[in-house]
Design a protein around this ligand. Structure first.
Ligand code: NCD
Length: 362
């Protein structure tokens, strides 16, 4: 352990509220590291910005206007783990607001192969840019970046977590909730709904962050559907208990719970986190897939989501069923991330005003 490892370990042991406070600047959200940083009011604000942006972006004038908002800023995308959607949606979110982007997606082309520490690399990235978006195979890299820059850098830039290890993926949870809310627009919203989460819930950071964010809604019921060895971990269950969110565990078969579901959130097996080669293959996951012949068991309006990438958890024929929302979900990622960046840079009110003014001309 070097000096920074020791200091970060002390920071990391602080309570969640203390850490969350640390990620704020002048009382406002600055670094997006944990799903727990988002309460209902903040989620509602992000979604209000998202809806305005989507309307503004319908015209060429609107798109050109949006690009002026952060045209003077630059973002760095540091993704040392494979990504298609999260990378592209963050990058295009930056473009929508006019930000220029730099990227390192492969650690073998960064100075880390020359022996540079991750800490030095992170500080370097922040030297050239105004926002650092990070995806990492290891846990806590975003938290460490935020701690490091806020503690030692004269010019700390906001950090956004684009997925950290098997732990957190807050912006995915935010876009998932946006998709759920839109899916339930005509069914009285997300409050009161039963959400089935299925797949590798133990190591699936998207299911973990989504479950944590869902505690912001009323009368939600969660059904964690996974083989025993892939069930949701105790930390998330404890937080749900603490917030009086009701949940149950289904460890036998997805079919047992389909009739109850207002939404189904499918995920893939996260075998990149296996502790030995072939570990995941030892577990029978065949009863935890959504098949074409399961559809008659679903309610008329059950929303089917998946953070993607998908393997065979959802039959491709299901894609043309109106209940399949995953392609929309993917696109929602770009809009919600654009809204979040606008919020962090405190330019969201400008966007909301622009939208109101445009609307009043109609
Ligand atoms: C997820 C991830 O990377 O955690 N993908 C994503 O960001 N949309 C889910 C996964 O890889 O299974």
């Amino acid at each position: 352990m070097n000096f920074l490892d020791e200091q970060f370990a002390i920071f990391h042991q602080r309570s969640l509220p203390e850490k969350m406070n640390f990620f704020k600047r002048e009382g406002r959200l600055f670094d997006v590291v944990y799903a727990q940083q988002f309460d209902r009011a903040l989620l509602d604000m992000v979604y209000k910005i998202t809806n305005s942006l989507r309307q503004i972006a319908k015209t060429k004038e609107g798109l050109i206007y949006l690009q002026t908002i952060l045209g003077h800023k630059r973002a760095m995308l540091y993704f040392n783990q494979p990504s298609s959607r999260t990378f592209l949606s963050f990058q295009n979110a930056c473009y929508l607001l006019g930000m220029k982007t730099s990227e390192i997606r492969d650690p073998t082309i960064s100075s880390e192969v020359k022996g540079e520490s991750m800490d030095d690399s992170l500080r370097t990235f922040s030297s050239y840019t105004d926002l650092l978006i990070i995806r990492s195979q290891a846990q806590n890299v975003s938290a460490r970046a935020s701690w490091l820059l806020n503690t030692f850098s004269k010019r700390p830039v906001p950090v956004m977590n684009g997925g950290s290890g098997s732990d957190q993926h807050p912006t995915q949870g935010i876009l998932d909730i946006y998709t759920l809310q839109r899916s339930f627009e005509e069914q009285g919203g997300l409050d009161g709904k039963t959400i089935v989460l299925c797949g590798d819930l133990k190591r699936g950071r998207t299911a973990r962050s989504l479950s944590d964010l869902l505690k912001n809604f009323n009368d939600i019921k969660l059904i964690f559907t996974a083989p025993k060895n892939f069930q949701m971990r105790e930390d998330i269950l404890a937080s749900l208990d603490q917030h009086q969110v009701s949940y149950k565990l289904e460890t036998e078969n997805l079919r047992n719970v389909l009739a109850e579901a207002d939404a189904i959130y499918m995920t893939r097996i996260q075998d990149e986190h296996d502790t030995f080669s072939g570990e995941s293959g030892l577990i029978d996951t065949s009863k935890f897939k959504l098949k074409m012949d399961d559809l008659p068991l679903l309610k008329k309006n059950t929303a089917i989501l998946h953070p993607f990438p998908r393997r065979d958890e959802i039959d491709v024929q299901i894609d043309s069923d109106p209940r399949a929302k995953y392609w929309r979900q993917e696109r929602n990622g770009m809009w919600t991330r654009t809204a979040l960046i606008a919020y962090i840079f405190n330019v969201h009110l400008e966007i909301l005003d622009y939208y109101q003014a445009e609307k009043s001309y109609e």
